[in-house]
Design a protein around this ligand. Sequence first.
Ligand code: NAP
Length: 308
Amino acid sequence: MSATLLDGNAVALAIRSEVRPAVDRLTARAGRPPGLALVLVGDDPASHLYVGSKLKSAGESGLFADVHRLPANASLDELLTLVDRLNQSPIHDGILVQSPLPAAMGPDAERRVFDAIAPDKDVDGFHPLNVGKLVQERATLVACTPSGVIELLDRSHIQIAGKRAVVIGRSDIVGKPMALLLLHRHATVTVCHSRTPDLPAVCREADILVAALGKPAFVTREFVKPGATVIDVGTTRVDDAQTIARLFAPGTKRRIAFEKRGALVLGDVHPEVEEVAGALTPVPGGVGPLTIALLLKNTLRAAEARLG
Ligand code: NAP
């Protein structure tokens, strides 16, 4: 058996094609487009890439988006001042501060910055008020990646209600909101983490298994009930030739891509799982594209709520 691959690019395109006309309608009504502020601190190349693609996607969807840059040596106070200014801005409905922040800002910098974003502009859904509303199932702004997974399941006609779901990972950004969204859709949910005993046995109970741990190819076939839906959230850049050689045979598409580029982005799910799962998200092209699509959708939602 070979799993059906769930096409995140196609679902993201469908969501974006729904967002565009709604953005145009709101722009006509409000006299300005929904606005998204992207805050970028420092020189991390991956963060620059992510912010660049968010900026481009926002523009393609008819949103106004701009980037607010601070140098790598900026202080936390400077960043909080910028966030405060954006909170007051009449043209920005959403604020996204790209993580990670420079380590020099201190261990609790991200939390302090996310807490400082006005909850009605919190398009990442990380503010404690929005997290609390998520727990009570009355949130408008929910973390983009787990919301994207739900969209992918729905649009792929995978039933959630009544199913056993297992989420590996309990981060505030992915694991916890993912578990809550699945629970609200009436799945029976188990959340696993680094101290879960006999993880493969727990995972084998899942009809829907979400891997969000950031450990390349960690989830092997022994974790997967035959026919289960496996959602691979992990994205880790790997440049170790031995790891790639272990996972991908010579002449395969991914091995050739590695030989060309010297690195690959790998998911948390081992390639062998494709032989066991019923449905599977590929990396790349699975969950990744949905995160940006949901950011656009959240910005539209925030603007609709603010503009009436
Ligand atoms: P994180 O904050 O590092 O959390 C990882 C979680 O995995 C933790 O809860 C950790 O458990 C658990 N874990 C680690 N090793 C484990 C093990 N051996 N067995 C069981 N659980 C283990 O990571 P994150 O921010 O949630 O991100 C997870 C992955 O998703 C990363 O690869 C990230 O790059 C990716 N991601 C992708 C997207 C996308 O758009 N595709 C978006 C966000 C994140 P403890 O709590 O016990 O430490």
